[in-house]
Ligand binder design. Structure first.
Ligand code: NI
Length: 139
């Protein structure tokens, strides 16, 4: 099994704010991330697929196609957007990096051609903070 990773990038604004809490409680839990007037991040998205190289191409999957697929399925919906307000697949969710990586996984799975298997996603919110998701273990 070989693992192939494509790195993509997007900028987006968000805030971490639980509307059922007081402003004080939000500030206590989320600090500067609760700023009512938003803040932004330069996100980096690492998408890893797995498989065995094709006998004729030597590829698991054409990495240019993988890039187009990631861009169409998620990057175009996230880049230069407000995650809380503009992104259909984040509606009604807390816009944490944890929830964002779960939503990105789901969107990619819906769009991957059969025979291409998603292995993992790493989503960097800053160069020093990132989350990873590898799907749920099969029952
Ligand atoms: Ni933030």
């Amino acid at each position: 099994m070989v693992y192939l990773t494509r790195v993509e990038h997007f900028n987006a604004a968000h805030k971490l704010y639980n509307g059922s809490w007081t402003r004080e409680r939000n500030e206590e839990v989320f600090g500067k991330c609760a700023n009512e007037n938003w803040h932004g991040h330069n996100y980096e998205l690492h998408v890893t697929v797995k498989g065995n190289p094709d006998a004729e191409t030597g590829f698991i999957y054409d990495v240019k196609k993988l890039s187009i697929l990631i861009n169409t399925a998620v990057i175009e919906k996230l880049d230069h957007k407000n995650l809380n307000l503009d992104v259909d697949f984040m509606k009604g969710k807390m816009c944490s990096t944890e929830n964002l990586v779960l939503a990105i996984w789901h969107e990619l799975e819906l769009n991957l051609p059969s025979g291409v298997h998603l292995h993992g996603i790493q989503l960097y919110e800053t160069p020093r903070i990132y989350v990873e998701y590898y799907g749920e273990p099969e029952a």
